[in-house]
Structures are given as structure tokens and as C-alpha cells.
Design a protein. Structure first.
Length: 124
């Protein structure tokens, strides 16, 4: 919607603002991945970010991290003199030995994110 109404340059600025806010919600051991940045490449889509969390002991740790990430991007981001508000949907996939390929865990996280969009919550 931002790209269509305000242009792609402003849309890119919004994505940068969201990424910066996500980074502030994370621990130093976590990684935000975004195509074209200096981070690990793990892009799911044009406005979708992948966050890899280390040292997660279980679902409660992942939920606490998701709760932190839900707060940052919800605040207004000022772009070209206007306040822009974003919504956040988070999908979580916990690593386990059944995953044979990295794409498998990304697929499951993506599926969980789309479920969160439909049901309005962040399912595990």
C-alpha cells in the first residue's frame, strides 16, 4: 500500500525503519536477515523479515522474543512528513532434528506467519 500511494523509495524507507526497530528488540546473539544487507540472506518476501534466534530453550523463550518484536514496529514511523503505522504478524518454527534442509524450517515459519495473519496471533 505504501509503495502504491507514496512510491517505492518511501516504501524502502519504511522497511529500513521496521528493520531498525526489530533489531532494537533483539539480543546481541540474534540475527535479522534481509536480502541486500550485510546480514545472512534469508528473505521470505518483499515485506517479510526472518529473525534467527540462538539459545532458545523452548516455546516460552520464543514467545517472549516474539512479544518484544511485536511492540517495536507498531509505533508510528515518520515518512515524508506523515505518520505511518505498520502491523506485525510473526510465525515461529522451533528447530529440531526432523528438519533436513534450512528451507524446511523457513517454510514452517512462513506457514505459521500466515496463520497468525488470519487468526491475529503468533502461533508456535
Amino acid at each position: 500500500m505504501i509503495n502504491d500511494s507514496m512510491g517505492h523509495l518511501v516504501g524502502d524507507q519504511l522497511l529500513i525503519g521496521v528493520a531498525n526497530r526489530l533489531e532494537k528488540c533483539l539480543r546481541s546473539t540474534d540475527t535479522v536477515a534481509r536480502l541486500g544487507e550485510t546480514f545472512t540472506v534469508a528473505r521470505l518476501g518483499g515485506d517479510e523479515f526472518t529473525v534467527l534466534l540462538d539459545h532458545i530453550k523452548g516455546p516460552n523463550d520464543a514467545k517472549r522474543a516474539a512479544d518484544r518484536m511485536m511492540k517495536g514496529p507498531r509505533l508510528a514511523i515518520h515518512l515524508v512528513g506523515k505518520k505511518c503505522f505498520t502491523s506485525v504478524s510473526i510465525g515461529i518454527a522451533l528447530s529440531n532434528s526432523s528438519y533436513e534442509q534450512p528451507e524446511d524450517i523457513l517454510r514452517d515459519a512462513d506457514t505459521a506467519m500466515y496463520r497468525a495473519k488470519v487468526y491475529g496471533q503468533s502461533p508456535l
